[in-house]
Every structure is written in structure tokens, then in C-alpha cells.
Write a protein that binds this ligand. Structure first.
Ligand SMILES: Cc1ncc(COP(=O)(O)O)c(C=O)c1O
Length: 411
């Protein structure tokens, strides 16, 4: 009797060698599984497990199973579960003045998948993409998979600087490479924490129109506002079809639901849907999110914002207490989950990261993770305040300051 590992002649087959089989554009190897996490974990944007609406999601799911459980035998609409798209369209109209219907929405696996679809739909190797000088690493990695020529644009606490955007467009155009898009996280920016002002948004849209460079607006933190007033979406400021918009349920319900969405002009969506892998979107998750959202989403957002505001206040207090006069500066976000900590130029926070995790149990992500060139910003770190309790946040920041002092990085 032959086994899988034997040739028909009875000789055992050699182990297969994958090296040499990979596509030219295959991803570089990456460790499997998740790395070590600190007890004081400022590294990753997790919500507090205690704030997840588990009972509400379960009730919603049960109700949907009773109502339409038999539909699980179907492959759902390629754009995703229609009632959830209707909810998203109503939410976008209500909250972001984006006038769309369910037909203008594609639901997908978080907002990561729509970003991937946009990249696949627009980018040829070498195409220029402009983005913020430090921006969400997941998108940078996706854009790199399509061999984009990534160029960071200078920002300040009001967002991307219009003169710098214009200069970057002109420089690229002079090289014969009109940028394919501008990717921005304008609200509670990841990792820098600022929110682009209305004047800057208008200037960005005007530049997009003047130079014919579309915008990809990533608005996944917009609901997490703890103070101040909402600022109109870029999409609502443009009536010419140049702005694509993605957002997600990850930050307002849970990343584990893997549900997000894309909207844009229909001709674009008709191309982008072809870049969506995996058939429709998980109906099970869509049911839970839909039933929960139509009844409880807005009150849930208020609850989580109270929790997150306490954490934001705790981290700002702790930074004031432990870092004042040290040569460090940090952002003061009105919402979202991130603080951007900047140390003096010569400091290297990449070199000490693993030691600090090991010795002090504190995690952070250094600046180069968020840099379009992959190397700038070694003196910066992103601190997420979503996961730990306020008292733990204070202890974590106290430890971080001790670690930096012990290593001679701050005074
Ligand atoms: C700015 C930004 N965009 C997109 C995402 C992707 O999240 P998801 O795919 O869970 O929606 C994240 C996740 O942290 C993010 O910070």
C-alpha cells in the first residue's frame, strides 16, 4: 500500500522545495502568528475587550437567524448584505454628508480590503502615491505590494500642508509621473493624532481638482470624537467624483467582525468590485452588525467614547507628569486612539524597542513603521491608548519614561 509520501515504485519522495517557486512579486517572508505583547501595550490599536457589545451582537445574530437563517445557503450579493449597505448609506448621509445609496456601497473585509481593492484597481508598478509623512502602516504595506512609488508630504497639527502637496504633485509631474492618488487619514490621524482642519480639507480638494489627482479618504476613526466639533468629510467637499471613501466597523464595534466599506463613483466601483476576492462578505457577521447597528450603534459609540476619553485623559496626564521638560513633545488628539511622541532628533527608538518590551513590559511602535520611506522618524513613536485601563496607562507611561531615562534618551 502506498502512502502520500511514497512514489508508486515504493521509494519515499523527497521533501518539496518551495524556494524557486515563488512569484516575482510574492510578499517577503513574515513571521507567522503575533509577536510578544507588553503588559502595558501602547503598540497596537485594540479596543478594550470589556467594552465590546457581545450580548448585543449575539441577540442581533439570533434575531437574524430566526428571520432569514436559510439564506446562509446562498452566496450573498457581491456588494454585501443589502440591509447593512442601506444602514451604511444612511449613516454616511447623516454623519458625513455623503449622499449615496446602498448601490454605491461595497462591503468588505474591514477597510483593509477596500484599500487593497483601490490599490489593485489604480496602481501600475512605479505609480506615485502621495500620503502623509507618517501614516497607517497597513496601507503603506498594501501600496508596497503594488510597487507604488510612495512619497510622504509634510504635515503639521492641521494636517497635510497644501504647499507641500502642490510641490510633490509638481515634482512628480515634472518626472512624467502625475500622482495616481493621495491617501489620507484626515480625522484623528493614525499615527499622528491630529485632525485636518476645514481650510486644509478645502485646499486639498482644490488641489485634487486642479491637478486631477484623486483622493482616497480613510475615515475609520471619525466616530471616536471626545471633544470639539465634526469637520466635513473630504468626500462631501468634492462634487466632481474625485474622492473615494473607506471606513470600517472595526473601531466602533470590533476589529474581529472584519467589516468595512468603500464608496466612490459607480464607474470606479464597477472596476473595484472585480478586485475583491472571496466572493461577497461574511453574512453571519453582517447580520450581527446590521441588527446591532440599527438598534444600538449610536448609544454604543457614546459609551465607548466615554471610556476612551478617560484613557486619552489618563495618557495625556501621565505624559505631562513624566515627560515635561524632557525634550519630548506629543500630540493632543480630540479623538481616535493615538498619540504621536517625538523625542530629540538624534534618539533612536527602533534600537531600544525590544529591550524596553523585555525589561519594562511596555510596547510601542517606532516612527519608521509609519514612514513612506520606511526609515524616517526613528525618534518618534506611536502610543495607542485604547487597550489598557487608565491606571495601567499611567503606570505604562511612568515605566516608559524610566526606560528612556535609564537609556539616556531623555533628560
Ligand atoms: C487608518 C486605518 N485604516 C484602516 C485600518 C484597517 O482596519 P480594518 O481593516 O480593521 O477596518 C486601520 C486599522 O488599524 C487604520 O488604522
Amino acid at each position: 500500500m502506498s502512502t502520500n509520501s511514497q512514489r508508486s515504485g515504493g521509494e519515499p519522495a523527497a521533501q518539496f522545495t518551495w524556494a524557486g517557486m515563488y512569484a516575482r512579486n510574492a510578499a517577503e517572508p513574515k513571521g507567522l502568528g503575533q509577536g510578544k505583547r507588553g503588559r502595558y501595550d501602547f503598540a497596537v490599536a485594540y479596543p478594550d475587550p470589556g467594552s465590546l457589545p457581545l450580548a448585543g451582537l449575539l441577540d442581533g445574530l439570533k434575531q437574524a437567524m430566526d428571520d432569514e437563517g436559510g439564506d446562509l445557503s446562498l452566496y450573498a450579493n457581491p456588494q454585501g448584505y443589502t440591509p447593512l449597505r442601506e444602514f451604511v448609506a444612511a449613516k454616511l448621509q447623516r454623519d458625513r454628508a455623503i449622499n449615496v445609496t446602498a448601490d454605491d456601497i461595497i462591503l468588505a473585509d474591514g477597510s483593509s480590503q477596500p484599500i487593497h481593492m483601490v490599490a489593485e484597481t489604480l496602481l501600475d508598478p512605479g505609480d506615485v502615491v502621495l500620503t502623509e509623512d507618517f501614516v497607517y502602516a497597513g496601507t503603506l504595506n498594501t501600496l508596497r505590494r503594488f510597487n507604488a512609488d510612495l512619497r510622504g508630504v509634510a504635515t503639521d497639527e492641521e494636517g497635510m500642508i497644501p504647499a507641500a502637496i502642490e510641490e510633490a504633485i509638481r515634482t512628480a509631474s515634472a518626472e512624467g509621473k502625475r500622482p495616481k492618488m493621495i491617501y489620507t487619514v484626515p480625522t484623528f490621524q493614525n499615527p499622528q493624532g491630529w485632525t485636518m482642519t476645514l481650510a486644509r480639507r478645502k485646499a486639498l480638494v482644490a488641489l485634487s481638482q486642479q491637478y486631477d489627482v484623486p483622493i482616497l479618504e480613510d475615515d475609520c476613526y471619525v466616530d471616536l470624537r471626545y471633544e470639539g466639533t465634526d469637520i466635513p468629510s473630504l468626500h462631501s467637499l468634492d462634487e466632481t467624483g474625485r474622492v473615494l471613501y473607506v471606513a470600517s466597523f472595526s473601531k466602533i464595534i470590533a476589529p474581529g467582525m472584519r467589516l468595512g466599506y468603500l464608496t466612490g463613483p459607480r464607474p470606479f466601483l464597477e472596476r473595484a468590485i472585480g478586485a475583491k476576492s472571496g466572493g461577497s462578505v461574511n453574512t453571519f457577521a453582517s447580520w450581527a452588525v446590521h441588527r446591532f447597528s440599527t438598534t444600538h450603534l449610536y448609544s454604543h459609540i457614546e459609551e465607548i467614547n466615554d471610556i476612551q476619553q478617560d484613557r486619552r485623559d489618563a495618557i495625556l496626564d501621565a505624559l505631562d507628569e513624566n515627560f515635561s521638560g524632557s525634550g519630548a513633545t506629543w500630540s493632543r488628539p480630540e479623538g481616535g486612539l493615538f498619540i504621536w511622541l517625538q523625542l530629540p532628533e538624534h534618539v533612536d527608538l527602533v534600537a531600544v524597542r525590544d529591550d524596553i518590551l523585555e525589561e519594562y513590559d511596555v510596547g510601542y511602535l517606532p516612527g519608521p513603521n509609519f514612514a513612506p520611506d520606511g526609515v524616517s522618524g526613528a525618534n518618534c513613536a506611536r502610543l495607542c491608548f485604547g487597550y489598557n485601563q487608565p491606571e495601567e496607562i499611567k503606570e505604562g507611561i511612568r515605566r516608559l519614561a524610566s526606560a528612556f531615562r535609564a537609556k539616556g534618551l531623555i533628560t
